[in-house]
Write a protein of this length. Sequence first.
Length: 95
Amino acid sequence: MTDGMAGTRVSTERHGHVLLIRMTRPDKRNAVDAAMTAGLDEALNTLDDDPDLWCGVLAGDPTAFSAGTELAAGAGGPPRAAATTASSGGTGGAP
C-alpha cells in the first residue's frame, strides 16, 4: 500500500510490520524543505502511533538519498515555529 504525504514529497509503503518511508523529490535530489519536513513528520508519527508497525526504513531515490537542506527555500523546519519563537524573545529551542 502506498500513501502520499505532504503532496508528493514523501510516500509510505507498509510491508508487514515495516514502514518504508521514501523521499520523492528527485528533481532537487531530495533536498529537505518545509513540505518534505511535514511529510517526514507525518510518516514518523504514523510509525510511532501504529502498534502494528515495528520499524521504519527511510529511503531516497536511486540517484541520491538526500542533498540536505533546501538552501533556496530556507531551512527545512516548520514554516513559522522558529520565527515566532525568535520574534517573541525566545531562544528558538536553544539552551
